[in-house]
Design a protein around this ligand. Sequence first.
Ligand code: SIN
Length: 323
Amino acid sequence: MTSLALPNAAPDVARITVILGTGGTIAGTAASAQDSVGYRAAQLGVAALVAAVPALQGLALEAEQVAQIDSKDMSAAVWQALARRAAAHLARPEVGGVVVTHGTDTLEETAYFLHRVLAPTKPLVLTAAMRPATALLADGPQNLFDAVMLARQRDACGVMAVLAGEVFAATALRKCHTFRLDAFEAGDAGLLAAVENGVLRRFREAPAAVALGLQTIAAAPDAWPRVEIVLNHAGADGRLVDALVAQGLQGLVLAGTGNGSLSASLEAAALRAQAAGVRVLRASRCAHGALLGDGSPLPGAGALSAVQARIELLLQGLLARPG
Ligand code: SIN
């Protein structure tokens, strides 16, 4: 499966683009236009975000509010609802693509989750903003416009994100800055494309993907497995892992140092957890690179970030459920 159209492929003017709102800074407001930090996320509805972009008027758009949250509070319930609504719209023959407005803080997790569950054959484009809608120079309207332009590409497919004119595969998206407008990067994988003045300029294809399907995430959200991330650091102590296992932990991601290395204490506790039936994956706390085989008895997560590895364990846990 390729994920992007040919460079400058024609937009699909005949079909509808559905915009699903979930909140975030893109829907945030501040008391003062100079304030890009002291704002409240998730204040404006998705219809208001669309109405604020004159260039979108007259296009075949539908808007639907799926959630209204600060994405730091993203939950299994919202993920489940979002995946279901996105899948329902993507299945409509008259819909060409779906856009999701979201917060930046967990954007990479939602993108990866939707990629693994849906791997759609039409474009599913996430976007967000670093500044609230009330800012002097808000980035949300341009990002939303670019996302709609990408979702209207006739031959595009797969889960992507667009921010600051840059198009990311769901697998490569990483938030890397606390404040800058171009707060995301794609690491070694590189960008998929750029959106320049509403036109797509393609750089590479996204990796092929197979959807796990909505049935994988059908369990009630409070029955989803508990999967935690524990970071290795100077003096990291395995008693934290022992305490989590005693609480019924089902999955453990270790954000190791460098090539996924762990302190002796943390490694011993992770091995105890694994022996007790907890699914364990080692990732790296480094921003870039993949884990290389080092003979560890604790499986490595390859090029997945720690938060992506957590989603893998969540999905593995759900897939392993009886019935
Ligand atoms: C959020 O993630 O919902 C708030 C922060 C942001 O969107 O930049």
